[in-house]
Design a protein around this ligand. Sequence first.
Ligand SMILES: *Cc1c(COP(=O)(O)O)cnc(C)c1O
Length: 425
Amino acid sequence: MERRIETKCIQDGYQPKKGEPRQLPIIQSTTFKYDTSDEMGRLFDLEDDGYFYTRLQNPTNDAVAAKICSMEGGVAAMLTSSGQAANFYAIFNICEAGDHFIASSSIYGGTYNLFGVTMKKMGIECTFIDQNLPAEELEKYFKPNTKAVFGETITNPTVSVFDIEKFATLAHKHGVPLIVDNTFATPVNCQPFCWGADIVTHSTTKYMDGHAIGVGGCIVDSGNFDWMAHKEKYPGLTTPDESYHGIVYAERFGKGAYITKATAQLMRDFGAIQSPQNAFYLNIGLETLPLRMRQHCNNALAVAKYLKENDKVAWVSYPDLEEDEYHPLAKKYLPNGSCGVLAFGLKGGRETSIAFMDKLKLASIVTHVADSKTCLLHPASHTHRQMTDEQLKEAGVAPDLIRLSVGIEHVDDIIADLAQALKQI
Ligand SMILES: *Cc1c(COP(=O)(O)O)cnc(C)c1O
């Protein structure tokens, strides 16, 4: 029987043999020894499996990637140095200059910039779409050179829910994979592969690490997308790679082709590796992820209900609230809860929001979300500071929007802190 997620988080990825350490060891070594020149040569040709240099593969990193792979129900996975690197690799592994892809406009600001500005300079064009449009209207954004579709299960910072099944059907109809950034939901609350997504990415910096210790990322492949069936679209996977003596990834590695190519080419050439030390911390975070997600969700729902009732609060967005516009999608994709992040605004707008935040004692003002400590950010004063109220509206960020990341402290203490600050404004 398939093990449950709580068990996978503890047991999967690393199984010690007789006399070996019970906890995952940190293999803090750049390199690995071989007895003959030929043994090493075969590794360079991808003829044999084995470690030779940590930029390509490291046993600690691979064990943690294998655990996340199992949690998502995938066939292969790799760790990266950050969520940004994961999303860049996920797209760049199948897109090159002259290609096009489609992304939801409701995504993390860093990803929006990566796709809209930096990748454009590489000759890769991204069309941002309104993810709430019906499938018929989304059809028109596909072009002959479209190679992928991208969205976030739960968007940062507006906490809207992405209709994975709608986009998977649409992407497959056009012969391209759906890539889903599952950072906020985590595989504990949603497994996008169950709904037809082909590739999942993570900023492990958030709930997976969970303690604000290490920046990291991960890419997981479901193995379900048939690259050979769309041979002409994905020459990087379906035609010989001259930098590896003519290997055809999709032929040689089958379901493992996508991650093997990302490791052998992109990690080799760009080198955005996670340090084994950070992978070790990440693994400890993963062990308690299901426990923490439950507490984050319970706390966030109680806080959302409290804020909703307070007459100084103008609005609250949280998909687990029954009256929230994304509740029907949350019920389908996130039946056990969404995440600990919610957004709200205060009557009185921008100035009131700032005054309120300065009165908080337990909740801290930080540029972070999704760790054990309650924290918050006012995008209009922080991440989106340079924008006028008009520009903020265009970006979908209300000037009064406060992004609150509810931690796993006792919920009464979190609410008491919010209450004392609200009383003072
Ligand atoms: C934070 C975040 C990223 C970027 O990850 P880093 O680890 O900060 O590079 C990408 N996607 C989402 C949804 C995020 O919240």
